[in-house]
Ligand binder design. Structure first.
Ligand SMILES: [Zn+2]
Length: 495
């Protein structure tokens, strides 16, 4: 087992399509992950890469990105790579080429490359301009990442495939139907990379291959072109890859990778990672590899994925600083070959938790802020405070008291009992005041780490709707108290 976990790569996935941190955060984050045992980063720039020339509208140099305060300039992107190199972290860039193409296909100039006209997710592999675009994307990314040995071309979750007239004809007339359409395209991209960058090895996500027959994968000589990264993010209870998959891959590939998750895999709007779930995912991976390692010719390593959004248009899930405890536990679990209390305690100590915090972060009930030591801990604590405050808010607005004495009909009809309103108003006022303190705290600690467009999105998504509602309820309470108790039917009053 040690040969598998210690003798292979341990990549930390940076999903920059959501809440990309400022460089000063990486300055602390890279040495931390190096210390924890990471060997490299799987760098998914998506729309934050400073694409130039014909691709300029896609990335961080576009007008819309610059106006909204989004990253990165060319110099910043270079600095990011330099910082990784200074920490001796290998960089593997990830650029999507088939599905998850919203960051390109949402733009009018590439709209005609969509497989389904209304949806910006998948590209049409039969359109002659698709390959030209993909070559440009790859060329800019590969040229920028000097000296890389690997590139990851994604190619997962191509939900819409074989649907346009040209593709559907290929599916019905082609020898290998839909898998043939997928493999024709992916192998053509791989061939392009091999021809132009012969030393570069190629990784793809494996999910689209899981249901394809071994014979078809062999017919395409897929194992000579790409290395699959097998992803599975579930906890042990529902972890299920199974022997036939390993059997199949061992007949096609000599090199394989695994991908686990330390954040962004439990809910598309999760705010704090569920450490237990992610640790369990790594335990399941250890067990899976323990059972099937014999079939694997060459296990290259694991990517600890940390998703920032479920897709380009989805809301943000866990921010990177909130996932440092989860990442630390997962990495240590992986390196240790399993999880135990001693490991948990040593990770806790490293992060600045005292011995009375058995589960990192789950016991905070009041805005009393602890002092921790990992980069961005203030953001973690602030969002933990938010989750607790939102819980209180939901309990109050969904309480029997509100439903029974201050519901919408009662407020609209000015038919409320001041005795009840007198007890509701201070509760709402306290909660609103606490939310405003939290807002100040969060903004203060988000600003050094995140760009303005991320802070605006977070506040607009999490804090503003609650603030607006509480202000409305407070104002309604005050109005109702000024009216006093009224006879039913005295609704239309000049107030
Ligand atoms: Zn098509």
């Amino acid at each position: 087992m040690d040969a598998l976990t210690l003798g292979s790569q341990r990549l930390i996935h940076l999903d920059l399509k959501g809440a990309p941190p400022k460089l000063c955060y990486f300055e602390k984050f890279f040495p931390l992950i190096k210390d924890l045992g990471a060997t490299g980063i799987l760098l998914e720039w998506e729309d934050t890469f400073p694409y130039t020339r014909e691709l300029l509208p896609i990335g961080g140099l576009s007008n819309s990105a610059q106006v909204s305060g989004a990253p990165y300039t060319i110099e910043e992107a270079r600095q990011l790579l330099d910082m990784a190199a200074d920490c001796d972290l290998t960089v593997i860039p990830l650029v999507q080429i088939f599905g998850h193409m919203e960051y390109v296909l949402k733009h009018e100039q590439w709209r005609h490359l969509r497989e389904v006209e209304a949806y910006p997710s998948s590209m049409c592999p039969c359109n002659s301009e698709t390959m030209a675009l993909v070559r440009s994307l790859l060329k800019q990314i590969i040229t920028f990442h000097n000296g890389i040995q690997y590139i990851h071309i994604g190619a997962d979750e191509v939900w819409y495939m074989g649907l346009c007239p040209a593709c559907s004809k290929r599916v019905t007339t082609g020898k290998y139907a839909k898998p043939g359409l997928y493999l024709d395209y992916v192998t053509a991209v791989a061939q392009y990379i091999k021809e132009n960058y012969p030393n570069l090895k190629i990784i793809i996500w494996d999910d689209m291959l899981r249901s394809v027959d071994t014979q078809i994968l062999q017919a395409y000589y897929l194992g000579t072109l790409v290395e699959p990264m097998i992803w599975h993010y579930n906890s042990a209870e529902t972890f299920n890859l199974g022997a036939p998959l390993w059997e199949k891959y061992s007949n096609v590939f000599t090199n394989i990778w695994a991908a686990s998750a330390f954040k962004g895999a439990t809910s598309s709007c999760q705010i704090l990672p569920i450490n237990k779930f992610h640790v369990s995912n790594h335990e399941a991976w250890l067990s899976e590899l323990g059972q099937h390692a014999g079939k694997i010719l060459n296990f290259k390593g694991i990517a600890f994925t940390g998703w920032s959004r479920y897709d380009h248009y989805a809301t943000l899930c866990e921010l990177l600083p909130t996932a440092v405890p989860s990442l630390s536990l997962c990495l240590k679990t992986w390196l240790n070959g399993g999880y135990n209390q001693e490991l948990h305690n040593s990770v806790g100590k490293m992060l600045g938790y005292n011995e009375n915090t058995p589960n990192f972060g789950s016991s905070l009930r009041t805005p009393v802020l602890p002092t921790l030591s990992f980069p961005g801990w203030q953001v973690f604590v602030g969002l933990e405070w938010f989750v607790n405050l939102r819980g209180k808010y939901r309990n109050i607005v969904d309480s029997d008291q509100m439903h029974s004495w201050f519901n919408q009909w009662q407020v609209l009809n000015n038919y409320t009992n001041p005795m009840q309103v007198d007890t509701i108003l201070p509760v709402i006022t306290d909660l609103l005041n606490e939310l405003m303190s939290l807002e100040t705290y969060l903004k203060t600690h988000l600003e050094p780490i995140f760009y303005q467009h991320t802070i605006e999105e977070l506040m607009g998504t999490l804090v503003d709707p609650i603030k607006k509602h509480l202000k409305q309820v407070k104002s309604d309470c005050e109005t109702q108290l000024s009216l006093g108790c009224r006879v039913r039917g005295q609704r239309r009053l000049n107030i």
